[in-house]
Write a protein that binds this ligand. Structure first.
Ligand code: SAM
Length: 96
């Protein structure tokens, strides 16, 4: 999977803090902090921002290396990360 290679350069190539902040503001405007499932979390930029805003995050991505990058940002270990295909979600609970 290409994202396993890209993972090491992903933030350097495409990280856009302003865009991530705008996504987070929009999510906050639509959804109060809750149990939240993020699909295809990539390197976890938005995941980490939402966790810091009080959302209880479960985040998944198909790429093991992207999940590793995302995990490395969550120093307090508050986020549950899964390496999983978002087309198969039967094993997961309910989210808002
Ligand atoms: C363009 S990145 C976006 C990452 C993140 N959402 C962001 O905004 O930075 C796309 C991500 O989708 C993941 N992905 C692609 N197909 C997937 C699938 N079937 N299930 C879960 N993740 C998938 C890739 O591994 C990659 O990390």
């Amino acid at each position: 999977m290409i994202y396993n290679t890209l993972a090491h350069y992903y933030d350097a190539l495409v990280k856009d803090e302003e865009a991530s902040r705008e996504w987070v503001s929009w999510i906050e405007s639509e959804l109060a902090p809750c149990d939240c499932l993020e699909l295809a979390c990539g390197s976890g930029e938005i995941t980490e921002m939402l966790a810091q805003k009080g959302y209880t995050m479960t985040a998944l991505d198909l790429s093991e290396e992207m999940v590793k990058q995302a995990k490395s940002k969550n120093l307090e270990g508050s986020i549950e990360f899964l390496c999983q295909d978002m087309r198969h979600l039967n094993n997961l609970g309910s989210y808002s």
